[in-house]
Design a protein around this ligand. Structure first.
Ligand code: ATP
Length: 657
């Protein structure tokens, strides 16, 4: 089906001459003098546009140089002492300042691999100020106003509906659930972190943060599910960093020599490179002035650069699974000191086929059994709950709203559009967006999703031919191109980005006011994540989906449920199309969704803590026995599941086996 659609797109794109394509005038713009407002605002002729496209969209390398954050960080920490092997220059906190000398043993004076950041600048900007509330704390670096501007300068503003998050019902289940925090300031979080949180403009915690801070600080494992854009990143970073700040840096490794491994204390696994970079940037922000030095490792970039950066110290590592395995194989990283493991968007990692790598990282390396494990996503299908069973111990399940639901901050519209009309309808939408942006004087961004990489490229080309500034992001583009495209979109230079699923998860881009599903995904969870790129942090957004029975009938029922649940308008044609799709579905012998364990018709799997579902289904009792994931850990049997079942007095057994 996808192929068919691509062919159709190809026909439009390739068969028409360029001039012909440029002659397209969308219906609402007809009879106007000059139909090229999309570009006319910026450029007066088509040729210029094309060159603008190259300089703005694809080749604008400048802006995302800061994506290579570890290179930039040379400016902030240690001023380019990349080697880190040089004791005299690479050490953490080796300044002549008394209060810092005390700590020179923990900052990683050799290789810095205990997580201490380098801090050896002889610069008056970095001298401690006696009026600083943290003056007496040896583990807190002096302020750096330039870095503050960089980290906290462009805060993401929360929207008018931010307070409404508190109205979303919260379901917390498990043993001995700690009380959620009321506010960051009244919580037990480390004082330095409280200060940083305020600098970051976080005045009130979101519901997922209220609970996760107390749960993680209480030393518990957590499986958390909350709607897109509701602050899950800080929900895991804040308690981990707070605990790290309180615990102080680990003792230096006894292992000296050039083969010495980097031993982070916290590991965050993310499915995509861009998401890993984004989490890393958040970690950098929240670890400001602390001993924790975050690093990021992901594919598509020279591994040597990443290894050198790791040598400078790494307390918290954000990584994509493939690159992490590579670094482990090269003997660069040891997981022997991991105290916190986070699987962000774990369901997506499994969809992408990362399960073997994840299982290897978690089960077959030397990761301590006594770690805390946290899993976060807006959706939790069956396969991910099974992973939770294997990796988490006596965990608390936290759901803010129904698992897999969409935020009411997003106004969703479903349009019935045949394939051959999609481009024309899209142009109408983009013109309307442009009108709205002009009227409001805002810089609105529109994200358009296609199903295939080829379709993304062709649609981007088509938009450029129609004088819209657009760029594209997908897995066939080089990492540099991907990062440039994202930076160009983020900055508003190309306010339209055509993307595949690679941009569906986790990306937090302010001003994305409209998400268009040019092609609907086949999985409803993907739809939830895609539209979640707008309407974040209490801001409002729009999502439009092009639906047609040829492609999308499998998703229709779940889509309708989702719309109803989020109080969205349900178009009248949907009832009729649902009946048609039902008739067809009944005739099909194989139901893909059922194969994935979603269960047709009723509530989707994972709508609540699965342990409870199982308990009520089986009548409880049992416990223990059951699952043994293979005994990678000393003492036989990864005890999490058995433990959990036993403590809960609930029964996982037959359901999981
Ligand atoms: N307590 C808070 N106060 C103000 N802003 C916040 C708060 N928590 C998070 N934010 C902001 O909200 C935005 C969305 O947060 P985040 O990216 O963590 O959402 P998410 O739940 O992980 O979304 P997704 O499911 O798409 O990954 C970010 O810009 C973040 O800075």
């Amino acid at each position: 089906m996808v192929c068919k659609q691509s062919e159709k797109l190809a026909n439009v794109s390739l068969s028409g001459e360029k001039r012909e394509r440029q002659q397209y005038v969308p219906p609402h713009a007809r009879n106007r003098s000059g139909d090229s407002r999309a570009f006319d605002n910026r450029s007066s002729d088509g040729e210029q546009v094309r060159s603008n496209y190259h300089s703005r969209g694809y080749n604008s390398g400048n802006s995302f140089n800061n994506g290579n954050s570890y290179n930039n960080r040379g400016n902030f920490y240690g001023g380019g002492n990349r080697g880190g092997f040089d004791r005299s220059s690479g050490g953490g906190y080796n300044r002549g300042n008394d209060s810092f000398q005390k700590k020179d043993n923990w900052g990683g004076s050799r290789y810095n691999s205990n997580g201490g950041g380098n801090y050896n600048r002889q610069d008056s900007r970095f001298e401690k100020d006696p009026n600083d509330p943290f003056f007496d704390r040896d583990d807190v670096k002096p302020r750096d106003t330039r870095l503050e501007d960089k980290l906290f300068g462009s805060q993401h503003n929360t929207g008018i509906n931010f307070a409404n998050y508190d109205d979303i019902p919260v379901d917390v289940s498990g043993n001995d659930i700690p009380e959620g925090i009321e506010s960051f300031q009244a919580s037990d979080m480390d004082e330095l972190l409280k200060d940083t949180v305020t600098k970051a403009g976080y005045h009130n915690p979101t519901p997922v943060q209220k609970h996760s801070v107390s749960i993680v600080c209480a030393g518990r494992d957590l499986m958390a599910c909350a709607q897109t854009g509701s602050g899950k990143t800080a929900a895991f970073l804040l308690p981990i960093l707070s605990q790290n700040f309180k615990d102080g840096p680990p003792p230096p490794s006894q292992d000296y020599g050039y083969r010495r491994k980097v031993e982070p204390n916290a590991l965050v696994l993310a499915p995509t490179r861009e998401l890993a970079i984004q989490i890393f940037e958040e970690a950098r922000k929240f670890s400001y002035r602390s001993w924790v030095r975050p690093c990021v490792c992901y594919g598509g970039q020279p591994i040597g650069d990443q290894m050198r950066d790791l040598d400078r110290g790494c307390g918290l590592l954000v990584a994509t699974p493939g690159r992490l395995v590579d670094l482990i194989d090269r003997g660069k990283i040891s997981l022997g000191r991991i105290g916190y493991l986070v699987l962000d968007e774990a369901d997506r990692m499994l969809d992408m086929g990362f399960e073997p790598q994840i299982r290897r990282i978690v089960e077959q390396e030397n990761m301590p059994y006594e770690r805390q494990t946290l899993m976060f996503s807006a959706t939790f299908p069956r396969n991910i709950q099974m992973l939770a069973r294997d990796f988490l111990q006596d965990y608390i399940f936290l759901a803010v709203g129904r698992v897999g639901s969409t935020s009411e901050n997003i106004t969703q519209r479903i349009e019935y559009v045949e394939d051959e009309d999609k481009r024309s309808v899209l142009l109408d939408i983009l013109h309307n967006d442009l009108d709205a942006a002009e009227a409001n004087g805002t810089n609105n961004l529109t994200l358009v999703f296609t199903e295939t990489k080829r379709a993304a490229d062709m649609l981007c080309e088509f938009l450029l031919d129609n004088k819209f500034y657009a760029t594209s992001i997908h897995g066939d583009r080089s990492q540099r191109e991907r990062e440039n495209a994202l930076a160009s979109f983020r900055s508003g230079r190309t306010p339209i980005m055509v993307a595949t699923a690679v941009a569906a998860r986790g990306l937090d881009i302010p001003n994305v006011t409209h998400v268009v599903n040019f092609d609907l995904p086949s999985d409803i969870d993907d739809y939830v994540h895609r539209i979640g790129r707008t309407g974040r942090a209490g801001n409002t957004g729009k999502a439009t989906a092009f639906f047609n029975l040829g492609h999308d009938k499998n998703i229709l029922k779940e889509l309708t449920e989702l719309l109803r649940e989020a109080n969205q308008e349900i178009p009248t044609w949907i009832a009729q199309k649902t009946r048609e799709a039902d008739r067809e579905n009944q005739q099909r012998s194989f139901n893909k969704k059922a194969a994935r364990g979603r269960g047709g018709g009723g509530a989707r799997f994972g709508a609540s803590d699965y342990r409870n579902e199982t308990r009520s289904n089986t009548g409880g009792g049992g416990g223990g026995g059951g699952y043994n994931s293979g005994g990678y850990y000393n003492g036989g049997g990864y005890g999490g599941y058995n433990n959990n079942a036993g403590n809960n007095n609930s029964s996982f057994d037959d359901h999981w086996n």
